[in-house]
Ligand binder design. Structure first.
Ligand SMILES: [Zn+2]
Length: 163
């Protein structure tokens, strides 16, 4: 996969902290949450997991700033949000990436792969994500992002597979 202009992990990090501050300020960050681009998945746009040895965060954890952030957490477990590598392309609008980040943050808020209390039985139970995003003023972005994916995703993938 080759994109002329690429988003970076630092950009993702900045977006997550912005969304957290502006829309999830009431949700405590009880452990270290890492966000990064993963493999070029076309079906799974984002995921949230507990860090295991194989999640490819070793290089991230080598950074002094990350070690410092980790050190101050009471809960030493690490949560990893992974975003599809395809979203590095600037052909994908910012709001699509932001909506995907916010989706994963809803899972964190609901206690899935996070130290917070689990609020539901299943992570995608009956529209809980859309309700959560709407409540947090992100409903419009979510709807717009879904529309962009529906209209453009298949062609975007086709075009980028030609490289
Ligand atoms: Zn989800």
């Amino acid at each position: 996969m080759k994109y002329t202009l690429k988003r970076t992990n630092a950009w993702l990090e900045y977006q997550m902290f912005e969304i957290w501050e502006n829309h999830f300020a009431d949700v405590p960050r009880k452990n270290l949450v890492i966000i990064k681009f993963g493999k070029s998945s076309k079906r799974q746009l984002g995921s949230i997991k507990w860090a295991k040895d194989n999640t490819g965060i070793k290089s991230i954890m080598k950074k002094k700033s990350m070690q410092a952030l980790h050190k101050i957490q009471d809960d030493k477990r690490i949560t990893v949000i992974t975003i599809t590598k395809h979203f590095q392309s600037l052909e994908v609008p910012d709001y699509v990436v932001q909506s995907t980040i916010a989706h994963e943050m809803c899972h964190y808020t609901h206690g899935f792969n996070s130290p917070l209390n689990q609020l539901y039985d299943f992570p995608h139970q009956g529209g809980i994500i859309h309700r959560e995003l709407t409540k947090r003023g992100l409903g419009l972005i979510h709807t717009k992002a879904k529309r962009w994916i529906k209209t453009n995703w298949v062609n975007f993938i086709k075009k980028n597979l030609l490289y």
